[in-house]
Design a protein around this ligand. Structure first.
Ligand SMILES: Nc1ncnc2c1ncn2[C@@H]1O[C@H](COP(=O)(O)OP(=O)(O)OP(=O)(O)O)[C@@H](O)[C@H]1O
Length: 614
C-alpha cells in the first residue's frame, strides 16, 4: 500500500492481532473450541495408554488362565471405546465451531473492509491498483478463512497432541522418550529448512497473485485501446511473464510443502522400528523396567508423536500463507481514513424542496443560515505528492449564483481546482471558504451533499435508467426523473430505447454512447439539484447542437446557483460571469469574456484561434 507501511509487522505480531480479532468476533466459540481440542488430544493419548492396561492387566494374565474370564477385558475395552468416543465428539465439536467461526470472521472482515474502503481518501485509490485491492478482498480473505477453519484447528490439535503424547511417553519410559527426542530433534532440522523455503515462496505466491490480478484488471479496462493499437502480443508477453512468476512461486511453495509430509512419515516409521528394537532388546536384557504392555503403548504413542509434528510444520505453511494475507488485509484496514473534523452540517429546509441551510454550532446550541454558494479560494497551494506542487497561490471568488469557467491547457490544473472544493484532497496552504465557512469546518459528507459534480468520465451503476438518474436524489419521484431527463435532453433518446426508462444498463454503460451517458449523468446531477455545481468536461462527447440545447436547460437550472464549468469548447463558457485562465497551476488571467478579449492576452489568443488548447 503506501510507502509509510514499508516497515511491516512481524509474523507473530500479525498472528496475535488476527487471533485477537477472531476472539473479538466470538469469544465463546473460540474458548469452547480450545477446550474441545484439548479434550480431543487428551482422549487419544489416554486411549493409547489404555493399551498398557489391557495387555498387562488383562491379556497377559488371561494367557496363563485355563478358562479365562473375558468380562473384565470387555469392560476395559468398553471404557477405552468410551474415551475414544468422547475424543471423537470433542473433535467434531471443535471442527464445527471453527467452521462457523470462520464464516462469522469472514463476514466481519468483508464488512469492515468494505466500510473502511468507503471512508478512505481518493488518494488511496489513486495510489493502489484496483486489481490489487480486489485481490486482498478475495484471495487474501479466502486463505485467511482456510486457515481459521482448517489450518489453525489442526495446528492446535497437533500442538496439544505433541504435548500430551510427550507426557504419556515420559510416564511410560523416560529412557525411550530420550531416544525418540533425539530422532525428533534431528528431523526438526529438515522441517525448518523445508518450511522456511515454502513460506518464502507462499509469500511470493500471494504477492504475484496480486500482480496478476492487477494486470488483468488494467488490461480488461483498456481492452479497446489494446485492440486499437494491436498490442495483444505485447500484452500477452507481459501477462505470460507475470503468470510465469506466479507459477514458479506457487510450484516451489507447494513442492517444498508436499515433500515435507512423506519425509516426516518415513521418519515416523523409522522411530517406530527403532523403539521396537531398542525397547524389545532392553526388556529382554532387563535394562529398562518395562512391561510388554508399556512397550506396546509406547510404540503406539511414538507413532502418534511424529505425525502431529509433521502436521504442525505443514499447517505452518498454511498459517504463514494466511498471515501474509492477513497482513495485506490489515494494511487496508490500517489505512488512514479521511480526516473529518467538520462540525457544520447541511440540512434541507423543512417542507421546502431543494432549499438548503447550514446548521452552525454556536455557544448555546446552533443556528440555521441559508446556503448561498459563495466560494472563495484564498492563496491556495496544493500538490498530490509531497515536493510536487500543482496549484500555486490560487485566489478566486465565486459569488452566489456566478458561473465560473476554468480554462487552460491540458494539465493546467482545472480538475484539480474543482477537486479542492469538495475536499477530495487536502490543500497544502491557504483557505477555501464556502459561505464564509472554512470548508475544513464543514462535515465532509455534508460538504459533498452540497456540491454536484458531473465528470467527463461517466459511471453508471448496474440497474435501469430510472434508477441511475434517481441515484442523484433517492427520494425523487418518477416525475422528477422525467423532468430532469427532459432538462438534460436525455428524454429523447431514452424514449427511443425499447424499454425506455426501464432499460437496464450494466456497470460499464451497456450499449449507450458516451454522449448519451453524459446526458444521463447531467440528468442525475440535475435531479440532485445542489447549491453548487461542478461540470468537468460534462458535455465533451455531446454533439454541438445537443450541447446547445443541454446548455439552455442547464442555464435554467444553474440560474441562482454557483457553478464551475470546465470545457475545452470555449463556446460553452463565453457567457460565464468569471473566466479563470490557468497555466501550469497558476492563474494567468481572470475576468468575463469581454474583459478578457479586451485584454488581448492568452484568452484572446485562444478565442480568436491564434492559440489552441492542447
Ligand atoms: N491523482 C493524481 N495524482 C498525481 N498527480 C495528478 C493527479 N491528478 C492529476 N495530477 C497532475 O496534476 C496536474 C493537473 O491535472 P488536472 O487534471 O487538474 O489538469 P486539467 O487542467 O484538468 O487537465 P485536463 O484538461 O486534461 O483535464 C497534471 O500535471 C496531472 O498530471
Amino acid at each position: 500500500m503506501t510507502k509509510k507501511q514499508a516497515q511491516q509487522p512481524s509474523q507473530m505480531q500479525t498472528l496475535t492481532r488476527l487471533l485477537k480479532y477472531v476472539y473479538r468476533v466470538s469469544p465463546a466459540a473460540l474458548i469452547v473450541s480450545l477446550v474441545s481440542v484439548i479434550i480431543s488430544a487428551a482422549a487419544s493419548v489416554v486411549g493409547s495408554l489404555f493399551i498398557e492396561q489391557v495387555i498387562d492387566r488383562y491379556i497377559t494374565p488371561m494367557l496363563k488362565q485355563k478358562s479365562p474370564d473375558f468380562g473384565p477385558l470387555a469392560h476395559a475395552v468398553l471404557l477405552m471405546a468410551g474415551v475414544y468416543a468422547i475424543g471423537l465428539v470433542a473433535n467434531y465439536l471443535f471442527t464445527l465451531l471453527m467452521m462457523v467461526l470462520s464464516q462469522q470472521v469472514q463476514k466481519q472482515i468483508r464488512n469492515e473492509m468494505f466500510t473502511h474502503m468507503q471512508r478512505l481518501p481518493i488518494a488511496f485509490f489513486d495510489q493502489n491498483e484496483y486489481g490489487d485491492i480486489m485481490s486482498r478482498y478475495t484471495n487474501d480473505i479466502d486463505t485467511l478463512m482456510q486457515m481459521i477453519s482448517q489450518a489453525l484447528p489442526m495446528f492446535a490439535n497437533s500442538v496439544f497432541s505433541v504435548v500430551f503424547v510427550l507426557a504419556g511417553m515420559f510416564y511410560l519410559s523416560w529412557q525411550l522418550t530420550l531416544v525418540s527426542l533425539v530422532v525428533v530433534l534431528l528431523s526438526l532440522g529438515v522441517v525448518r529448512y523445508l518450511t522456511g523455503k515454502s513460506s518464502y515462496y507462499f509469500d511470493q505466491q500471494q504477492k504475484t497473485m496480486g500482480m496478476v490480478n492487477g494486470y488483468n484488471e488494467e488490461m480488461l479496462n483498456g481492452l479497446k485501446v489494446i485492440k486499437v493499437f494491436s498490442h495483444e502480443p505485447e500484452v500477452k508477453a507481459d501477462f505470460d511473464r507475470y503468470n510465469d512468476q506466479l507459477r514458479i512461486a506457487s510450484g516451489k511453495a507447494n513442492t517444498y510443502a508436499t515433500i515435507l509430509f512423506p519425509i516426516m512419515g518415513n521418519i515416523g516409521n523409522l522411530l517406530y522400528v527403532l523403539i521396537a528394537l531398542i525397547g524389545g532388546a532392553a526388556i529382554l536384557a532387563g535394562n529398562i523396567p518395562l512391561t510388554l504392555g508399556a512397550l506396546a503403548s509406547f510404540m503406539q504413542l511414538s507413532k502418534a508423536f511424529i505425525m502431529p509434528i509433521a502436521q504442525i510444520s505443514q499447517q505452518l505453511n498454511a498459517i504463514v500463507l494466511a498471515i501474509a494475507g492477513a497482513r495485506r488485509i490489515f494494511q487496508v484496514l490500517d489505512e488512514k481514513v479521511e480526516v473529518d473534523d467538520g462540525q457544520v452540517t447541511i440540512e434541507e429546509k423543512p417542507g421546502v424542496k431543494n432549499a438548503w441551510q447550514w446548521k452552525l454550532p454556536t455557544e448555546n446550541g446552533f443556528k440555521y443560515v441559508p446556503v448561498k454558494g459563495h466560494i472563495v479560494f484564498d492563496h491556495v497551494s496544493f500538490g498530490y505528492v509531497p515536493g510536487k506542487q500543482i496549484l500555486h497561490d490560487i485566489s478566486l471568488e465565486a459569488k452566489p449564483g456566478m458561473k465560473v469557467a476554468l480554462v487552460g491547457e491540458t494539465g493546467a490544473g482545472k480538475t484539480t481546482i474543482s477537486s479542492m472544493i469538495n475536499r477530495f484532497y487536502e490543500i497544502n496552504s491557504g483557505t477555501i471558504t464556502y459561505d464564509g465557512i472554512d470548508i475544513k469546518d464543514i462535515k465532509k459528507d455534508d460538504l459533498r451533499k452540497s456540491v454536484s459534480i458531473v465528470l467527463q468520465e461517466t459511471h453508471m451503476f448496474t440497474g435501469n435508467i430510472m434508477e441511475n438518474i434517481r441515484f442523484g436524489r433517492p427520494d425523487a419521484s418518477d416525475d422528477d426523473v422525467y423532468q430532469a431527463a427532459r432538462l438534460a435532453r436525455a428524454d429523447e433518446f431514452i424514449h427511443d430505447l425499447d424499454d425506455g426508462y426501464e432499460t437496464v444498463i450494466d456497470g460499464g454503460g451497456g450499449d449507450l454512447s458516451q454522449g448519451q451517458l453524459q446526458l444521463l449523468s447531467i440528468a442525475r446531477a440535475m435531479i440532485a439539484d445542489k447549491p453548487v455545481m461542478i461540470l468537468d468536461e460534462a458535455t465533451s462527447s455531446i454533439d454541438t447542437r445537443t450541447e446547445r440545447l443541454v446548455q439552455a436547460g442547464m442555464d435554467n437550472l444553474l440560474a441562482g446557483r454557483t457553478s464551475f464549468v470546465i470545457a475545452h469548447r470555449l463556446s460553452t463558457i463565453v457567457n460565464s460571469d468569471l473566466i479563470i485562465v490557468l497555466d501550469h497551476g497558476r492563474i494567468l488571467e481572470a475576468g468575463n469574456h469581454d474583459q478578457l478579449l479586451a485584454k488581448q492576452g492568452y484568452y484572446y489568443e485562444l478565442y480568436t484561434g491564434k492559440k489552441e488548447i492542447q
